[in-house]
Design a protein around this ligand. Structure first.
Ligand SMILES: *[C@@H]1O[C@H](CO)[C@@H](O)[C@H](O)[C@H]1NC(C)=O
Length: 293
């Protein structure tokens, strides 16, 4: 019988964090961290597969999904804040050690957390979760880099299509060899949530703040080297946002005896179609490197 996913909320950092969870309470923990502009919803097909063996926990970051941020909280939408909220969430659930699946915005959030809590992270699974400058798709990031350089209103306004439906759909379908297998609910949900008052400004704030993550890259690399954390990179190979050299780059800091590099025939939201392959590789990776032994 397939495990049933439950939804809950927990207070952390002044925020009501929504999360999906499944699997045996006593099993080793995998935390799944989503990206822009999605939420834990992106893991809906993967969670039941992983939960046959592990306790799976997937929170929605502030600004996404069903996590509720009270207006009185005056939340500042930066990656520093997302990391603080994630850290408070981990503490609220009393998670002492877990493997973390990082995708898109989930990557800098979890890796910043890891710098402060290196012993909490048992392993890293990066699915298009970037940590190297080599990983940026040139065309995709051009407009964003322009905003990073100038901080100008005009450059911010030029990015407004990024929070509209055609672009949201584009992120799901581009690079997929079988876009006809991608069901539309995911990108319509993401878009509906971005249509909430104020949410598009939050998204542009975070796009601008993403530049601050690059300053952390040398520290991320040092953490990879010194912590000896095992890493599985399993990337959608035709993702225009985070391109394959970003996955290859992990080889610079993660030695062969704890790195597994795999490619999914997919784009950015690779597990819309390739969740079974991903689950199989995660199981293989955990066993090969005795992650929870
Ligand atoms: C976390 O641990 C504290 C102290 O032992 C306990 O009161 C709390 O209920 C635990 N929370 C969860 C979500 O297990």
């Amino acid at each position: 019988m397939s495990p049933v996913t439950q939804v809950s909320t927990i207070s952390a950092d002044g925020v009501e964090v929504f999360y999906r969870h499944a699997g045996p309470a006593s099993a080793p923990v995998i935390v799944l961290l989503h990206g822009f502009p999605s939420s834990s919803h992106q893991f809906r097909n993967l969670i039941p597969l992983l939960a046959t063996r592990y306790r799976v926990i997937a929170p929605d970051l502030p600004g996404y999904g069903f996590t509720a941020v009270p207006p009185s909280r005056n939340y500042l939408y930066t990656f520093t804040s997302l990391t603080n909220t994630f850290s408070a969430f981990v503490s609220a659930l009393n998670l002492s050690r877990f493997a973390v699946y990082i995708f898109d915005y989930g990557a800098p959030t979890a890796l910043r957390y890891a710098l402060e809590n290196p012993t909490s992270i048992a392993a890293i699974i990066s699915q298009n979760g970037n940590a190297y400058v080599e990983g940026f798709g040139t065309d995709f990031w051009a407009g964003i880099r322009k905003l990073w350089a100038s901080g100008a209103d005009l450059d911010r306004q030029a990015l407004s299509p990024v929070v509209e439906l055609p672009f949201t759909k584009w992120q799901y379908t581009t690079g997929s060899p079988s876009p006809e297998k991608i069901q539309p609910e995911a990108y319509y949900l993401d878009q509906a949530l971005m249509e909430r008052p104020g949410n598009k400004e939050i998204q542009l704030d975070l796009l601008y703040d993403y530049r601050t993550n690059l300053d952390f890259y040398p520290r991320f690399h040092e953490y990879f080297r010194t912590s000896k954390v095992p890493v599985l990179t399993a990337w959608g190979k035709d993702d225009p946002c985070f391109i394959p050299p970003g996955a290859e780059a992990f080889k610079k800091d993660v030695s062969e005896d704890r790195l597994m590099v795999r490619w999914l025939d997919a784009g950015h939201f690779a597990i819309e179609t390739n969740e079974q392959q991903m689950a199989d590789w995660i199981f293989e990776f955990f066993e090969k490197y005795k992650v929870f032994a």
